[in-house]
Design a protein around this ligand. Structure first.
Ligand code: PLP
Length: 459
């Protein structure tokens, strides 16, 4: 029997009940698991079953064996990396999309995949204040989105490269605070890491436009072709915001593609008080924002926007006969805009999440996180044992212990907090100095969680 409806209903009821309890109180779990590498592998059979197991037995093992090895990103005291929270609409839409298992290779294969993605991304575009000519598509991660930006930049700067491979020496620019995904994108596009220029950042960790000017001029004089500038709006370590408009001014004479990496902080553009961050976006070429970071959409959901979809199409369109479609001008075949052919129905979860919360609630949640970060920042600033390690423009706070052995004592503090399992924080390196880092962005985080973390750090 291909599908056992009764069995499904029983197992789904049990899972739904478990999920409802889990989402209502993720605090019941340690935020980070306390297991050693390889422990889960050792706890599971070395080979798969010859005869299948019933769903209730599999679920029992999920609870007993798998769950203790899970890092609880839904936990309100998950302050590591950037938060990524499951939400009710996110879970339901993922369940529906798994049930449909539809694959939007092209428009014909599943019109809803193509069209709902356009609709949800258009809502988000408007809320973020992006110019109307941004065309959007959803990738898995910001790393993939940025790789597509750099591949399109290569096409624009070196149109012969699609047929010949790279024909000129192309260079890419980002700040010394940019995410490592830019480096990976340069590798993936075959441009070579030696051709990635890390532009110095200022004392607030923002790219210095004058240094970009020098680097571009120097490269041009030495026979390189500047191909792409990546401006980060919300760096990973400190959430610094590169000055977009000056960067656009500097890049313009070189016709270099300007990509905005707003993977985390782009969400804050939903707030009118953060409109300044993306001012100038109408002159940039592309932008990435991850709804799976700070917009309560389950991983994976990275929104990639470009004002030059024609360049993406030039880069990626290859259509074997079996993928030919109707040719209707309104039909969007997302396979033509990137590397992958198969496409999950990610637009469904983004649409569900945006509709469920609505702009007002999302704004309220984001403001709540920013306010909690301000509170935490104030506690750090008022305690002479600590110092702030960077400005706090959004909802992430970097700090360290003062005095001798600052690094080793701060390291020990981070390790002690994380070993306790009550809260999970991270560390970073800021211009050679170690700092602890707390990122607030979880749907369930409340002031009591920040207070608990502060008590933990005090201990
Ligand atoms: N860009 C920035 C600014 C980030 O902070 C991150 C990850 O934290 C990324 C890109 C990469 O994100 P992803 O995991 O979606 O590839």
């Amino acid at each position: 029997m291909p599908h056992d409806s009764d069995g499904f209903r029983r197992a789904a009821d049990e899972a739904a009940d478990w999920i409802a309890r889990y989402l209502a109180d993720p605090r019941r779990h340690r935020v980070n698991p306390s297991i050693k590498p390889g422990e889960l592998i050792d706890a599971l059979p070395k080979a798969g079953p010859v005869e299948g197991h019933p769903l209730d037995a599999i679920f029992a093992d999920f609870e007993r064996t798998i769950l203790p090895a899970v890092g609880h990103w839904n936990h309100p005291r998950f302050f590591n990396y950037f938060a990524c929270t499951g939400s009710t609409p996110g879970v339901i839409s993922e369940m529906l999309s798994a049930a449909l298992n539809t694959n939007g290779l092209n428009w014909v294969a599943s019109p809803a995949v193509s069209e709902l993605e356009q609709v949800a991304l258009s809502w988000l575009r408007q809320w973020m204040g992006l110019s109307d000519d941004y065309f959007g598509q959803i990738f898995d991660t910001a790393s993939t989105s940025t790789m597509h930006a750099i591949m399109a930049a290569r096409e624009l700067a070196d149109p012969a490269s699609r047929l010949e491979g790279q024909t000129t020496r192309l260079t890419v620019y980002c700040s010394d605070q940019a995410h490592s995904s830019v480096d990976k994108a340069v590798v993936a596009a075959g441009l070579g890491l030696n051709n990635l220029r890390k532009i110095e950042s200022d004392e607030s960790f923002r790219m210095i436009p004058a240094k970009l000017t020098d680097a571009l001029a120097n490269d041009k004089a030495n026979g390189f072709t500047p191909c792409c500038v990546v401006a980060t709006v919300g760096t990973t370590s400190t959430t610094a915001v590169d000055p977009l408009e000056p960067i656009l001014d500097v890049a313009a004479p070189y016709n270099a593609w300007v990509h905005i990496d707003a993977a985390y902080a782009g969400a804050a553009a939903l707030l009118p008080e953060y409109e300044w961050m993306l001012r100038g976006n109408a002159r940039a070429h592309s932008l990435v924002v991850n709804p799976h970071k700070w917009l309560f959409t389950p991983v994976d959901c990275s929104a990639f926007y470009t004002r030059h979809p024609d360049v993406l199409r030039r880069t990626f369109t290859i259509t074997p006969e079996y993928l030919r479609t109707t040719g209707d001008p309104r039909e969007v075949n997302l396979m033509d805009y990137g590397v992958s052919l198969g496409r999950r129905f990610r637009g469904l979860k983004l649409w569900y999440v945006l509709r469920y919360f609505g702009l007002q609630k999302l704004q309220e949640l984001l403001r709540g996180h920013i306010a909690m970060a301000r509170q935490f920042e104030a506690w750090v600033a008022a305690d002479d044992r600590f110092e702030l390690a960077a400005p706090v423009p959004l909802s992430t706070v970097c700090f360290r212990l003062r005095g001798e052995d600052s690094e080793s004592r701060t390291r020990a503090m981070v390790a002690a907090v994380n070993a306790g399992g009550e809260a999970f924080i991270s560390q970073t390196n800021l211009k050679g100095r170690y700092a602890a880092r707390v990122a607030i962005g979880n749907l369930a985080t409340e002031p009591q969680d920040i207070a608990a973390l502060w008590r933990c750090l005090q201990r």
